[in-house]
Design a protein around this ligand. Sequence first.
Ligand code: ZN
Length: 161
Amino acid sequence: MSDLRELYQEVILDHGKRPRNFRALEGADRTAEGYNPLCGDKVRVYAKVAGDVIEDLAFQGAGCAISTASASMMTSALKGKTVAEAERLFGRFHRLITGRASGATGATEARPAAAADDDLGDLVVLAGVREFPMRVKCASLAWHTLRAALHSDGATVSTEE
Ligand code: ZN
């Protein structure tokens, strides 16, 4: 178990140090800025959407390893997906990091089936943040920001609810 934890830690640190898709995206038609006041994480997400497909995705910003790693993995996971698929994945990811199965509070039901997490890819390594409520905000920042970008241009979102 601790081996797995270390491996997860390594993946997060790797994405945190060398984030993928970390750049301003030329020709982006959707962008939004996100801020997590609890930690100080800032992120700007750029998306290029053609029809219903997220053709390209990138981000810039400054934040902790968790927020950077989450943004890095998110951009990798969602590139080429449709907006609807991105929404579904967001729901799945959110349940993963909060440990909540859509409104259910029973801890025994919180664990999602392994098969359902298949297309989350590396993102499963962030499941550990559910033990740290402050960190959930870090991990979900880029996702909330992407949603804002997809739904309304130029918005600034905050993870403070
Ligand atoms: Zn953070």
